[in-house]
Design a protein around this ligand. Structure first.
Ligand code: DX5
Ligand code: ZN
Length: 220
């Protein structure tokens, strides 16, 4: 399985988002963190900005919705042109109905889990989704350190996906860097979000290439 790199523009310059999307053009996806100051104690950007980002981005957008009531809002991000829309399990009222709606709109559908949310309730629903996002920090802010205790959950998710024979991706987000990406890949992740590690690098394209190489060595 290929290792996919999705830099998070949370660490970009918000006054220069088009320029900073251009800087990650060699990545697989641009990860866009949408926060509503309710589901998480931080506020980023909403639909009008997302629509513009979708128009100017050189690579597909991966929306990570850290918002209340995703059942109401997530489909609008698919309509705005997101290649993938991930909503939080803790916030969704009807995750299967929502995932079906997203897929119908032509987007991939992802379910995100906070570090303390178990993956088991979702393992029977793998056929309904395209990706599980295992948060490796508490959502809300960039620059936090990777929670090693999430590795067993990644392993259990990968095991269940393998047994199902389905092509469900496993994404990790939070504290992913040269120091942690190999362990996450080894545990079974195949999509890697990195904010501060990518935008904090001197040479962004070479950092993306390094992360991809390190992950690919361990992706099964
Ligand atoms: C945090 C966001 C992440 C964040 C990761 O809630 O979901 O996408 O940008 O930032 P780093 O890679 O700096 O931990
Ligand atoms: Zn994110």
């Amino acid at each position: 399985m290929a290792a996919l790199i999705a830099p998070s523009i949370l660490s970009a310059d918000f006054a220069n988002l088009e320029r900073d999307l251009g800087r990650i053009a060699s990545a697989d996806y641009a990860h866009v963190d949408v926060m509503d100051n309710h589901f998480v104690p931080n506020l980023t950007l909403g639909l009008p900005i997302f629509e513009r980002l979708a128009k100017v981005s050189p690579i597909p957008l991966d929306a990570h919705l850290m918002i209340e009531n995703p059942d109401r809002w997530a489909p609008e991000f698919a309509e705005a042109g997101a290649a993938s829309v991930t909503f939080h399990a803790e916030a969704a009222q009807a995750p299967v109905r929502l995932a079906r709606e997203l897929r119908k709109l032509g987007s991939r559908a992802g379910v995100a889990l906070r570090p303390a949310t178990p993956v088991e309730p979702y393992l029977d629903l793998l056929a309904e989704i395209d990706m599980i996002l295992v948060m490796t920090v508490e959502p809300g802010f960039g620059g936090q350190s990777f929670i090693e205790g999430t590795l067993p959950k990644i392993r259990r998710a990968r095991q269940a996906v393998s047994e199902s024979g389905l092509d469900v991706w496993i994404q990790v987000d939070g504290g992913v860097s040269r120091d942690t990406i190999e362990r996450a890949a080894d545990a079974g992740a195949n999509v890697f979000v990195a904010g501060s590690a990518v935008y904090g690098a001197e040479d962004i394209p070479s950092e993306i290439a390094t992360l991809r190489e390190l992950a690919a060595k361990h992706t099964h």
